[in-house]
Design a protein around this ligand. Structure first.
Ligand SMILES: Cc1cc2nc3c(=O)[nH]c(=O)nc-3n(C[C@H](O)[C@H](O)[C@H](O)COP(=O)(O)OP(=O)(O)OC[C@H]3O[C@@H](n4cnc5c(N)ncnc54)[C@H](O)[C@@H]3O)c2cc1C
Length: 391
């Protein structure tokens, strides 16, 4: 005997984290072909804001001068205006306009890519030599061959508030979100898509899967494309917090030859995020990520953070371990599957938060209209599959 159908909707969104909350926000403002508002349902296994997803950890860097390639700059510009709109609607500062400073040895590939994006799109910025950096940003250790570029449209996003705000706006515009409701299976049928959930069955005309690092468990066909990457965050106390408050200190990325550190100004008033890239092995499932770091790993984090910002106390005062879904080339996977009833937005590869309103919009538009100007050939399933094809 099959379980009772608890909801019949036009579009169901599986996972109301980063991409899901943004897709829900957009869907709640869209209309169907008959001009009526869509019946929209979000299904989230945890609460509105939780610590298990790819979005948690207090801040996310937002950059417009995207080193990831030129097709990302227009998306980042659009995302910026959507972040500001969402912040206005929610009455919250979701995007702190601190700028993001990238410091690296001259000629570093990522620095050059950032400068190329700035030149191509004529973005407001400051390009600084080593002496300028030492004078204007004495918080950082700077070597003679270093250069810096400040992306002036960039800043720090507040991810928990952002997911909360988008979820609230979606509900205020007519969507429903069932929290504490896990989707257990997705079955495409001739008349729609049947979702089995921990609360009963849902029938949807269309489904968007935004399950982040859980995506391949729900859509096993994607298991060869999407891996579960483990990422750590760390916070340290500086000798004096004043120079690290948001009006004096930007978000930053610091590349040394073999080290990448990123961070944000102090948001809690006593510590700053300064996260050296700690290489941890992928896991099969988000629940398998480590919950403890060893003394040796914590010591390493402190040593590396102090190479970049010498005034930090070496002991991390906070740290956390997260996962994100990783695609083969770091490009997101945003595409419809099969006969077009199921759309996926995943594979955000440690880089998706800044674009979330736009990638959420792309998923919503793909699901409802079959196309979106924000989708790109490099985001398609065919593109990602081609990277795995034997040569
Ligand atoms: C440590 C770290 C630092 C990062 N730094 C940056 C940065 O500085 N700038 C930047 O732009 N990006 C950054 N990123 C990347 C960005 O945060 C992620 O790419 C983005 O949050 C991924 O969003 P998502 O929607 O795919 O996943 P999530 O936000 O995890 O959302 C998935 C949701 O689906 C739910 N779900 C899963 N399975 C089910 C199910 N079966 N039923 C119901 N619900 C389900 C989950 O509970 C979760 O809420 C960082 C990521 C990490 C981990």
């Amino acid at each position: 005997m099959s379980a009772a159908v608890i909801r019949e909707v036009d579009v169901a969104v599986v996972g109301a984290g980063t991409m899901g909350s943004m897709a829900l926000w957009h869907l709640s403002r869209m209309r169907g072909a008959d001009g009526r508002p869509l019946r929209v349902l979000g299904l989230e296994q945890f609460g509105t804001v939780h610590t298990h997803g790819a979005f948690s950890g207090e801040s996310r860097l937002f950059r417009v001068a995207a080193k990831e390639g030129r097709l990302f700059v227009p998306a980042a510009r659009e995302a910026r205006s959507q972040w500001l709109e969402l912040g206005r609607l929610a009455g919250r500062d979701l995007l702190l306009p601190s700028g993001v400073l990238h410091i690296a040895p001259g000629g570093h590939a990522d620095l050059d890519a950032t400068l190329a994006a700035i030149a191509e799109h004529d973005l407001p910025h400051r390009h600084l030599g080593a002496e300028d950096l030492r004078r204007q940003y004495p918080q950082f250790h700077v070597e003679d061959r270093d250069e810096g570029v400040l992306d002036e449209l960039a800043g720090a996003l507040r991810p928990e508030s952002a997911v909360h705000a988008a979820s609230r706006q979606a509900v205020a515009s007519g969507a429903e979100i069932l929290h504490g409701t896990a989707v257990l299976g997705i079955e495409e049928r001739a008349d729609g898509v049947r979702l089995s959930t921990s609360a009963g069955e849902v029938h949807a005309e269309r489904v968007i899967v935004t399950a982040g690092p859980w995506t391949a468990r729900l859509v096993p066909d994607l298991a060869d494309l999407l891996t579960v990457r483990v990422l750590t965050l760390a916070w340290f106390v500086p000798e004096d917090i004043g120079p690290f408050l948001p009006h004096r200190f930007p978000g930053f990325m610091r590349d040394l030859e073999e080290l990448h550190v990123f961070g944000a100004p102090s948001l809690d008033g006593y510590s700053i995020k300064a996260s050296p890239h700690l290489l941890l092995p992928d896991v099969a499932r988000p629940e398998e990520r480590p919950t403890e770091l060893s003394r040796e790993q914590l010591r390493w984090l402190g040593e590396q953070a102090r190479r970049v910002i010498p005034a930090l106390d070496p002991e991390p005062v906070r740290w956390s371990v997260h996962t994100d879904s990783q695609s083969p080339d770091g490009r997101p996977l945003i595409d419809t599957l099969g006969d077009g009833r199921i759309t996926v937005a995943a594979g955000m590869s440690g880089n998706g938060f800044k674009f979330a309103p736009v990638w959420g919009q792309a998923a919503a538009e793909l699901a409802v209209t079959g196309g979106s100007r924000w989708q790109h050939e490099e985001f398609t399933l065919a593109h990602h599959r081609s990277l795995l094809a034997p040569v």
